[in-house]
Design a binder for this molecule. Sequence first.
Ligand code: AMP
Ligand code: GLY
Length: 468
Amino acid sequence: MRFLVVGGGAREHAIARALHQSEAEVVVASANANPGLDRIARASARLDPTDPARVVALARAERVDVAVIGPEAPLAAGVADALRAAEVPTVGPDRAAAAIESSKLFCRELLSRRGVPGQPKWAAPASLEEVDRAVSDFPGPLVVKPSGLTAGKGVWVQGSDFADRKDGAIYAKSLLMQGGRVLLEEKLEGEEFSLMAFVTDSGVYPMPAVQDFKRALEGDRGANTGGMGSYSQRDHLLPFLPAGDRDRALEVLARTVDALRAEGWRYRGILYGGFMLTASGPVLLEFNARFGDPEGVNALTLYEEGDFASLLEGVATGHVDPNLVQFRQRATVVKYLVPPGYGDHPRSGGVLHLDAGAIEAEGVHVVYGSVDIAGPGAVRLSASRGIALVGEASAIHEAGARVESSLKHVRGDYYVRHDIGTQEDLVRRWEHVRRLRAPTAGASPLPLSVAPPGAPPASHGPPEQLLS
Ligand code: AMP
Ligand code: GLY
């Protein structure tokens, strides 16, 4: 089978690698020359992946059987519609259904209209006058979001990105004055997690839950980014996420697909829910219509031994064999090497020397993002995320330690969040949810189904997956 992979980042490298391992041929359509993708691909075309006509022309010329769209921008530009019109089965929703990601307003309105659970309090003031009224209607802190695509960077959270609601109102008004729509949401307290699923006519098939690290700097400080790294746990839950809450999040995904269908939109692709696990359960922050980056790298690393090509063909044509949805029971940690200053003022152009063979020999995968080749064993960083290193082990902190150990094979000027996947960070997040769920300060907490990393086994849960 021959696949067209649209996009040129680490997520697309991970998709192509999983396809290649199931013996599919890969053709790439991307703006940049990704060294990892180019090594795998039978053909690789430099083109604007948001240009439907050029992508369709490539699919025809290369006689591809199935197309997979990696990033959000081609979906929002109607590339999936154009491929389907050219009779190329495609993983990725049509533009109308991809509005679940490209328009946060469409998403919130649809979910409210159809009574999908797990929504925060929200408002969408349409004029400058309405902003002040809407802001004063929120009892607590706020989040201000542009409705359209912002690559994870336009969302401002009170307390981190602005001080008080007056500043929030100013930001909301500035977005309206630039001609876009704006959403206000209650600021949710909790731990974030990502739940992705393969979605097609025959059902919704979940992948392992992942936690992404959105903030640029260690300790969750600095600007919101597309994601600095991520981890997944051996049992496909997370240290702070019990099965019941994962199942509630999955219900939000399934009910959303029903809501889309009830309004006439078919969805064949990946649906990714970004959730906050709050004291009262998972609440939806946003939907994406694609694999997460880096979350897709975690999930796809765990798929390597299965028949990924048949699975994606099933998504594109409407029927998935559930036996193909198989992920190894291992923990993964992804850390992105990014240019210094990434998040605010990235310094592009720096050269990294890396011994990919030595890194892979330590059991750590090298997944190439937004880099160019700069000579043998050397890549040049752009302003975006450069290289994702993926460690795998039975426990999360071991997978994280593997990535850390492999950094000795990388030289050059880069930034990486060393705190991702450490025991200290895992315990901190587990404690955060435990504290939130304690009925009152000082009272004993509600039992979670897992114990903190390193804690002795509790009577109410199976902690072993967190212990080495
Ligand atoms: P989004 O693009 O909507 O996922 O927002 C980007 C990031 O902003 C999320 O990953 C959260 O870290 C944060 N965020 C978004 N909405 C909220 C909310 N209602 N409460 C707290 N944080 C939020
Ligand atoms: N890591 C967040 C995203 O893919 O949108």
